[in-house]
Design a protein around this ligand. Structure first.
Ligand code: UD1
Ligand code: MG
Length: 449
């Protein structure tokens, strides 16, 4: 079935108290708008249209980075949800099939719920996603008769009787494209808010003798973000679910409440995650790997049997092969570390390739940045990099080669060679003691005077 998505993201989000557009605030490491886009992926949408307004250019950039085929339309003035969807009309002209409307500030709609809505289209012309609210508050109310949705009434416009209804409107809906825009064109703004309500299309559809139905989901799925407090609550809800899922999938979490996941974190069975670990976006940890305490990972891939941390930092492009060891206070960025290689203490490895079973000593630094450009460091298989070696990139250390501790390596090192790039040591017999004696005398004189 052919489906297009329209994601509403024009609202200012005044209550966030922020210069950043609301839908760009991050939840589980990912901007809110991307949660809606990713949920919609299950429908394999032919087109994705994002309706922006406030901070439109910034939102457009984030959307394009996620999906370069997504279309951005602008709603100059926010005149209501129907007016917002109407902005997508031209972008979807001639598109066959259905349109699903999502909100950019509602991150937890599940793929299964969206599939259920499409399935319900077999029996209804218009399908609206509803939920039974414990406290229906200011949500729009769904007025149903049997299985038929008769109309949706906004809180502001509702009678006392209607306000008593607990079945609420999530805002997500689905209809044939041509029908949807046809109905929207008939929506007026004669209501308590003076806005063009998308919700009016339910009654308009019924008046034409069309059928409207409700798919129900859990209230937790429809949670919308309007304030920082709601964002923090949503984050907590996400983390609680992610921790439970990881445990169910056979991941050991020693202190689950101290581990933070991103929306797309993937962790294999029998991996162990110690306390106080943060996963940023784009991390995959394979089965049997161990992430030790106080580590921070982002855009990284950790293979089977690898051990990371404690206190390690993996940044985007860190690719660790099997049985790699990344130890305390080591940072890895845009670097491929081959099987069994070790970087155990106080090191920086960036824009580099480290061969299998190479050993990088404490304090090794790939000096990858000259202030303008980034350069690559190549370390061969089984190489031994002495402690505190500065590898001034671009530079290559061959397989089986050794660098002396404290070396500054500026030239390529052949396979199996020993490279020393440091001042030769001078030792003066007795001079150490004489120097200290002289200093102590000077100090005594200063204390007296
Ligand atoms: C809307 C629904 C209400 C439902 C509730 C669920 C209408 C009239 N009401 O109310 O029935 O219970 O959501 O959360 O649809 N937006 C635009 N342009 C606009 C107006 C809104 O892009 O001109 C976007 C907002 O950024 C937001 C979404 O549409 O993402 C919903 O708008 P909002 O103002 O929050 O609607 P509610 O009053 O909450
Ligand atoms: Mg709202």
């Amino acid at each position: 079935m052919n489906v297009s998505l329209v994601i509403l993201a024009a609202g200012q989000g005044t209550r966030m108290g922020s210069d950043l557009p609301k839908v760009l605030h991050r939840l589980a490491g990912v901007p809110l708008i991307l949660h809606a886009m990713r949920a919609g992926r299950i429908l394999e949408p032919a087109r994705v249209v994002v309706v922006t307004g406030h901070g439109g250019a910034q939102v457009a950039q984030v959307v394009a980075d996620e999906d370069e085929t997504a279309l951005i339309v602008t709603q100059e003035e926010q005149l209501g949800t129907a007016h917002a969807v109407a902005q997508a009309r031209a972008a979807l002209e001639g598109q066959a099939g259905d349109v699903v409307v999502l909100y950019g500030d509602t991150p937890f709609i599940s793929p299964a719920t969206l599939e259920a809505m499409l399935a319900a289209r077999a029996t209804h012309d218009l399908v609206v996603l509803g939920f039974e609210a414990d406290d229906p508050g200011r949500y729009g109310r769904l007025v149903v008769q049997g299985e038929t949705l008769e109309r949706i009434v906004e809180f502001k416009d509702a009678t006392e009787e209607e306000r008593a209804i607990r079945l609420c409107n999530s805002g997500v809906l689905c209809a044939d494209r041509a029908l949807l825009f046809d109905l929207i064109a008939k929506v007026g703004s004669d209501n308590a808010s003076g806005e063009y309500y998308l919700t009016d299309i339910a009654a308009l559809a019924r008046a034409r003798g069309l059928s409207a139905g409700v798919v129900r989901c859990d209230e937790a799925e429809t949670l919308g973000i309007n304030t920082r407090t709601e964002l923090a609550r949503a984050e907590a809800a996400f983390q609680t679910r992610a921790r439970a899922e990881a445990l169910d999938n056979g991941v050991t979490l020693i202190a689950p409440d101290t581990v933070f996941f991103a929306q797309d974190t993937v962790i294999g069975r029998d991996a162990v995650v110690e306390p106080y670990v943060v996963f940023g976006p784009g991390v995959t940890v394979e089965s049997g790997a161990t992430i030790r305490a106080f580590s921070h990972l982002e855009g990284a891939h950790v293979s089977r049997g690898a051990i990371v941390g404690p206190y390690a930092r993996l940044r985007p492009g860190a690719e660790l092969a099997e049985d790699v060891r990344i130890g305390n206070f080591v940072e890895v960025k845009a670097a491929q570390i081959d099987e069994g290689a070790k970087v155990n203490h106080l090191a920086y490895v960036g824009d580099a390739h480290v061969g299998a079973r190479a050993n990088l000593g404490a304090g090794t630094v790939t000096c990858n940045y000259d202030g303008v450009f980034k350069h690559h460091t190549e370390i061969g298989e089984g190489a031994f990099i002495g402690s505190s070696t500065m590898l001034v990139a671009p530079v290559r250390v061959g397989a089986g080669a050794v660098t002396g501790s404290g070396s500054v390596i500026t030239q390529d090192v052949d396979d199996d060679a020993l490279a020393l790039g440091r001042a030769r040591q001078e030792t003066k017999p007795g001079l150490g003691k004489r120097l200290m004696d002289r200093l102590r005398v000077a100090k005594a004189a200063r204390v007296k005077g």
